[in-house]
Write a protein that binds this ligand. Structure first.
Ligand SMILES: [Mn+2]
Length: 340
């Protein structure tokens, strides 16, 4: 569906539904929470009753954001979550496009297959046949930017307030690494410029997101770089691996490894950075790249994942050692692309 058509028809469309659920992906990040909350506020202003569901808890650095106390965290309160899903007349997917990205919600989502779906997302490979309405733009910084555009279309003067602006700025800021990547057009900056105001202070928001580490989190970052980073100059690649034991040593809290994967890219000539983490029963991969090397291709071909050209994720069910081994085994086939 074309963007303009989505914008033109949205207000009339959404008012047909009385009970709407806004759902985002597992391990929600700044864009997931920011876009979902801004969309929630917008729907409320349009007179549409909405509930926001996240599959599991969000990291502490997002806990100050407006309205997040009303988010239903599914794995803490699944009875209520199931009730919301079953009562919903419309389910909106924000910042993901496949039900498998919803963790524990997935199963219950399958039970309400007949409920219409709406999509607002910037990830690849969406199957549009499952959506009644969709806004899917791969070449956009974030889902928050899409929600910002939607609200701007209906009139910032009428609908933008400090809560919405704050949520959207968090989403765009975090998905672009503070405006350092994934920006495809100048409108990203223009939109942000319009959302900053005397009462929406960008510097303050930035501080709340990035400068609120615990001591343990900063020490874990130092440990990752000093003790757990391997640089493979031949492949212009660096990776960091973390065992469960490592995480326990630093009293790991949700979100503590957020951003760690970006650090190896600070090395000149490193084109791909990888964070390999041992989690409950699975090994999680996080990929980042500079330039046109697609970590999405690599993650979807070998690690049951995907994402964007410069940022992707994946998982393997095996030991940490085997996961590292597997990564090292597939690397040679990308040597030419990484050397470009
Ligand atoms: Mn996003």
């Amino acid at each position: 569906m074309r963007k303009q058509l989505f914008f033109n028809t949205f207000a009339e469309y959404i008012k047909r539904y009385k009970r709407v659920v806004i759902l985002t992906h597992v391990n929600p990040d700044g864009d997931a929470i920011g876009s979902s909350m801004a969309f929630y506020y917008f729907l409320t202003k349009l007179g549409v009753e909405a509930k926001v569901i996240v599959p599991n808890d969000f990291p502490g650095f997002l806990s100050w954001m407006p309205g997040v106390e009303n988010i239903l965290i599914f794995d803490k309160n699944s009875d209520k979550g199931v009730e919301y899903l079953n009562n919903a007349e419309l389910i909106c997917y924000l910042d993901f496009n496949h039900p498998s990205r919803t963790g524990l919600v997935h199963n219950d989502l399958c039970h309400c297959k007949k409920t219409p779906r709406l999509l607002i997302d910037h990830h690849r490979d969406a199957d549009f046949s499952q959506f009644e309405m969709y806004l899917s733009e791969v070449e956009t910084s974030s889902t928050s930017e899409l929600v910002a555009e939607l609200i701007q279309y209906h009139g910032f003067d009428k609908y933008l307030d400090d809560n919405i602006a704050t949520c959207l700025l968090v989403g765009i800021m975090t998905d672009t690494g503070s405006f350092s990547h994934s920006i495809y057009h100048p409108e990203t900056f223009e939109l942000c410029g319009k959302m900053i105001s005397p009462t929406v202070n960008y510097q303050l928001i930035h501080n709340k997101i990035y400068n609120t580490f615990s001591e343990n989190r900063l020490r874990l970052l130092g440990f990752c770089i000093s003790n757990r980073m391997k640089v493979l100059n031949e492949y212009h690649t660096a990776y960091i691996y973390l065992s469960k034991q490592d995480l326990e040593t630093y009293n790991y809290q949700v979100g503590d490894t957020e951003g760690v994967v970006n650090f190896p890219l600070m090395i000149d000539d490193i084109k791909m950075a990888v964070l390999i983490t041992e989690r409950q029963g699975v090994i999680r991969f996080s990929f980042r790249s500079k330039g046109d090397f697609s970590v999405h291709e690599l993650a979807s071909a070998h690690f049951n994942g995907g994402g964007h050209v410069n940022a992707a994720g994946g998982t393997l069910e095996c030991s940490l050692d085997m996961a590292v081994e597997k990564f090292l085994t597939i690397l040679p086939q990308y040597k030419a692309l990484l050397s470009k």
